[in-house]
Design a protein around this ligand. Sequence first.
Ligand code: ZN
Ligand code: ZN
Length: 92
Amino acid sequence: MKILKTISDNLHWYLKLCSYCHIRRAVWYYVPGTAIACDGCVPRGCTCHEYPLDGKYSNSDPANWTQDLDELGRKFPCVEWRKFYKKNSHPL
Ligand SMILES: [Zn+2]
Ligand SMILES: [Zn+2]
């Protein structure tokens, strides 16, 4: 029963609280570890999201490096943070 399994997985994550504030529902999990975080506590901003404006990765000038922002203008968490619960969809 794959569908039931998916629902129970979602419920399992839904009941988890953030490892940092212990108040809000966690929506992120850290792949190399056991930490989970809500959208407000997840550490944001990481060099893995940075890219050079001029396309030259050899250019180390900090002014040349930028990173994309989410729809709220926030930096993205490190790629090692994955979102496991997104609105009413299945875990990613
Ligand atoms: Zn939190
Ligand atoms: Zn990173």
